[in-house]
Design a protein around this ligand. Structure first.
Ligand SMILES: O=C(CO)[C@H](O)[C@H](O)COP(=O)(O)O
Length: 219
């Protein structure tokens, strides 16, 4: 089974968590793209979606799913998104697709976070995947120096501008033993918009695509 087939299995499995007549929070990435394909098959049964990126909005609209502005929505029942890494506490690193800030905002509003991954994303300690940090452009060098003080090796993701007009620093070699503490420390650096650690708000349900089917994990 290919990695993409495992992503597809996880993406389609998330459909069972979508309730009738609700607004669905939609993440970003190749695994979520499979979820959007699945969601399109029940589009007449849902009210619509709130999207975490321009890319997901485009795909949702192309498939006929109405996309609402988050400011016009009081309640999101489930938020479905992928991850770059997830540990057994359901803490994640996200932002490989540079959509981390909007993802974190939509996730914050949702009652339930359903994380969909293939089995290569499960880790015991977060940090092999470089941690994305979204930064206001004029603060890039300052934030990079502060990230070095926290023990990381930040690398500017050249040529990438986020949907919010900011830049991304990918932090290599970060020892992330306490994800919540690290998330808070990095977010406290002036000029950081947010970082890709989702620990203060982790996943509630994890769906893992494997060669033997989809495993469901809850805490
Ligand atoms: O956080 C993300 C985008 O910002 C994605 O969820 C993450 O990068 C996983 O992507 P994929 O499903 O393509 O493996």
């Amino acid at each position: 089974m290919t990695q993409d087939e495992m992503k597809k299995a996880a993406g389609w499995a998330a459909l069972q968590y979508v309730k009738k007549d609700t607004i669905v929070g939609v993440g970003t990435g190749s695994t979520v793209n499979h979820f959007i394909d699945a969601l399109a098959t029940i589009k007449d049964d849902i009210e619509g979606a709130v999207s975490s990126s321009e890319a997901s909005t485009k795909k949702l609209e192309e498939l006929g799913i109405e996309v609402f502005d988050l400011n016009s929505v009081d309640l999101i029942d489930v938020y479905v998104d992928g991850a770059d890494e997830i540990n057994d506490r359901m803490d994640m690193i996200k932002g490989g697709g540079a959509a981390l800030t909007r993802e974190k905002i939509v996730a914050a509003v949702a009652k339930q976070f359903i994380c969909i991954v293939d089995n290569t994303k499960q880790v015991s300690i977060l940090g092999d995947f470089p941690l994305p940090v979204e930064v206001i452009p004029m603060a890039r060098s300052y934030v990079a120096r502060e990230l070095v003080k926290l023990g990381g090796d930040p690398v500017y993701r050249q040529g990438v501008v986020t949907d919010n007009g900011n830049v991304i620093l990918d932090v290599y070699n970060m020892q992330i033993l306490d994800p919540k503490v690290m998330e808070n420390k990095i977010n406290a650096i002036v000029g950081v918009v947010t970082n890709g650690l989702f620990a203060n708000r982790g996943a509630d349900v994890l769906l893992v695509g494997t060669p033997d089917g989809v495993n469901t994990v809850t805490l």
